[in-house]
Design a binder for this molecule. Sequence first.
Ligand code: NDP
Length: 310
Amino acid sequence: MAEPISVVIIGSGPAGYTAAIYAARAGLRTQLYEGIQPGGQLTYTSTVENYPGYAQGVSGPQMMLDFRQQAERFGTHICAANVTEVDFSVYPFVVKADSQDEVLAKTLIIATGASAKWLGLPAEQRLQGRGISSCAICDGFLFKDQDVAVVGGGDTAAEEAIYLANMCTRVHVFVRRGQMRASAIMQQRVMQKPNIQMHWHTEVVDIQGKEEVEGVQVIDRLTQVQTYIPIQCLFVAVGHQPNTSLFSPHIDQDAQGYIRTVPGSTQTNQKGVFAAGDVQDPIYRQAVTAAGTGCMAALEAERFLAATAG
Ligand code: NDP
């Protein structure tokens, strides 16, 4: 096998790319695996308005392209592949990818992010791509001038509802509690849209439609009254699951599957393995915090390499 690589990064969101920028710029041989969704969750976002440095805002995909180009500028080798296995029982670690390549890693930075969660209703998977979506930016346009719905009460749900309200006739928002979890400014924007209809204490209990979504059955959790609401698409925005199954049981995780790191650092329970971004952050989950921890991971990897070489 070829020479071990100093820093291998798994994941291509803000955390992964920032780690790559720092590691490569420090002169370390750096290889980054993009994974199944190059650019990560931000490629599903329309405008990012709260990342410092973009005074006018920037589209999520464009921002990720900027990160990528900056990482490449310092010599990061970017692989369009998905890591399928890591052998933590040997050192250097052995990293295998679906491109059939196998590399040795002196340090590993896990930046695999998190994926959208689903409701778990029987019709949900069957009707994926036919009126069930987790991405308004990707699929909203297909339902222009139609009635759609968003389920969830977080910032993602708010953002999706606002985006959809600009092109769809009516947007129903189903919130399971009497209030949204979204930030105050996002809630305000939702409330200002005349074609967004809020349904509080409401749960989706069934999705109807044979070939395509035709409507949903919802229940008012306070009164137990069920209502049928005709819609052409249901956008599911109920949170995320960290992408960590690949690292079980070697890398410690909490009950939700988020990687545990030593407080104030990105160090995992395994020496030489660091975790950055949403994969280890159930609290902040912002592009800028992900980038910050990506930077930390690269600096810690650099220190680890210096210490083990000495
Ligand atoms: P969150 O975890 O913040 O919110 C998930 C929402 O879905 C909650 O309202 C939750 O309800 C609801 N929910 C969960 N499970 C179900 C279910 N089975 N049925 C119905 N509703 C359910 O996830 P988000 O993806 O919205 O946001 C993740 C993080 O990303 C947050 O920190 C957010 O601030 C950030 N973000 C920031 C943006 C921005 O700044 N522009 C844009 C998008 C995301 P309950 O409240 O009752 O738990």
